[in-house]
Design a protein around this ligand. Structure first.
Ligand code: ADE
Length: 236
């Protein structure tokens, strides 16, 4: 999977992604992070990439030309999926991560200042995506959030492929509580069923815990799960 990130802060992207699990995936050639500095593509002699908005208003806008030329340098004649990370987009979730993980190449466009000239967005953007209903200072953190969530779905990125499947948000349920050694810590005992060695009972307990936890912490997800599993129309 190859990510092209169009940004004014390529170091932020490289530093963030070349760390930990995504860093190892880069080293192993499972993912590639190509951070493109939009400023390298401006034709303005002082390397300026922003200007005042027509009609007035606060702040500066990123201009169309450098963004378009940076995109063209990456895509050439290829028609790539281009995600503009913006609070005005559809809210990113696990399902979207799975959908985007199917692409071989993905372009992520990071805005700054008050946004980007609408004309270039109309020209190149295929998807408008937000990471949540709050406003950040730029698109780099959202782009990294999305790349992290997508990368871990690429086969081989996690040591253990099963763990990407069976955890929070799979099937709309949150993950069950987990415990490691010692058996008693701070006076608290590990639930005895986990020490029983009875695999089927452990699985049953974990599913019950997942359902309970989802109901308590994320009633919205629980409702989705319940609707899908509630064949007879009765509630849990
Ligand atoms: N840029 C600024 N805030 C953002 C958000 N919440 N999601 C995506 N891009 C953004």
């Amino acid at each position: 999977m190859k990510f092209h990130v169009l940004t004014l802060f390529p170091d932020m992207i490289q530093d963030g992604m070349n760390t930990s699990i995504t860093g190892r995936a880069v080293e192993n050639g499972l993912i590639e992070i190509h951070a493109v500095n939009i400023r390298d593509y401006t034709i303005e002699k002082h390397k300026k990439v922003d200007d005042y908005p027509y009609g007035g208003g606060a702040g500066m806008l990123m201009q169309a030309q450098p963004v378009y030329d940076a995109y063209k340098a990456v895509a050439g004649e290829k028609k790539l999926r281009v995600v503009y990370v913006t609070p005005q987009g559809r809210v990113f979730d696990q399902q979207m991560a799975g959908e985007l993980a199917k692409e071989e190449e993905l372009v992520l466009l990071c805005g700054h200042y008050e946004g980007i000239d609408e004309r270039v967005l109309e020209e190149i953007v295929t998807d408008y995506v937000s990471i949540g209903d709050y406003v950040l200072t730029g698109g780099e953190l959202p782009a990294m959030v999305m790349m992290d969530a997508i990368s871990r779905l690429v086969p081989g990125v996690l040591n253990n492929d099963v763990s990407a499947e069976f955890e929070s948000f799979q099937d709309d349920l949150l993950e069950y509580p987990q415990y490691s050694r010692p058996e008693i810590w701070n006076g608290k005992q590990v639930p005895p069923i986990l020490l029983s060695g009875h695999h089927a009972n452990v699985e049953k307990w974990r599913l019950e815990q997942s359902i309970l936890r989802t109901k308590q912490r994320r009633p919205d997800l629980y409702e989705k799960w319940r609707m899908r599993h509630d064949k007879g129309g009765k509630s849990e």
